[in-house]
Design a protein around this ligand. Structure first.
Ligand SMILES: C[S@@+](CC[C@H](N)C(=O)[O-])C[C@H]1O[C@@H](n2cnc3c(N)ncnc32)[C@H](O)[C@@H]1O
Length: 206
């Protein structure tokens, strides 16, 4: 569950935020990621924000669904993309087991507190089909802090992120540091990671 101040920022600034982020191309990550997904496959965008990436997935021939805790951003995303967008918490996504072929979490998991992250990653694994692919981008660093807008961020190291994913039942396929800010709002370094869900998670064979 995102903390109150973080959610308030997105609710109160939804229109400005979506305008400031919607023209940023994620193609460098999104196009190679999409090549790992069968055409026509289902993709859940966890923390979809403005809906920018829903539009890209739709254009590439996939069936994207958005999820965002901000009601105002979810409404914008649905209008912009014409995709289904669910208002909900990525810590407890309201979807059945193995619902999606792929999951995309661009700059969203970083808003969870560190103690919430392991169970959130297990939830991502749960809603992905076995061998489904998962993209995540987060900021590199240590600890948690708030930015000037009051949003809470938690930072991770490369190995730390890899281990967290592996513990949740993923095999990391590709992990890189980039200095690109998906939202062009700061100079932080980012980790972009593509992982594949194992055939079974937590001893559950499928
Ligand atoms: C930094 S923005 C990134 C938006 C979009 N993915 C992008 O790359 O432009 C973070 C997004 O995650 C959403 N978010 C934060 N915490 C969330 C949570 N617990 N559940 C669902 N969405 C969340 C916010 O409302 C916001 O839309």
């Amino acid at each position: 569950m995102t903390d109150h101040d973080t959610l308030r920022f997105y609710e109160e600034n939804a229109l400005d935020y979506s305008r400031s982020t919607s023209s940023r191309s994620m193609d460098d990550s999104l196009v190679p990621f999409s090549k790992l997904v069968a055409l026509g496959g289902s993709v859940i965008d966890l923390g979809c924000g403005s809906g920018r990436d829903l539009v890209s997935f739709l254009r590439l021939g996939f069936r994207p669904v958005g999820l965002d805790l901000s009601r105002n951003l979810a409404e914008i995303a649905a209008q912009v993309s014409d995709c289904p967008v669910v208002i909900g918490d990525l810590s407890s996504p309201p979807f059945a087991d193995s619902s999606f072929d792929a999951a995309w979490a661009s700059a969203s998991l970083l808003h969870l507190r560190p103690d919430e992250l392991p169970s959130a990653l297990l939830e991502v694994a749960r809603i992905l089909r076995p061998l489904g692919v998962f993209f995540s981008s987060i900021k590199t660093g240590r600890g948690s802090s708030r930015d000037a807008d009051g949003r809470l961020f938690t930072y991770y190291g490369q190995n730390e992120w890899r281990v967290l994913l592996e513990k949740a039942g993923f095999a990391v396929l590709h992990l890189q540091i980039t200095s690109q800010d998906p939202t062009r709002r700061d100079d932080d370094e980012w980790i972009s990671c593509v992982a594949r869900r194992n055939a079974s998670v937590e001893g559950k064979s499928e």
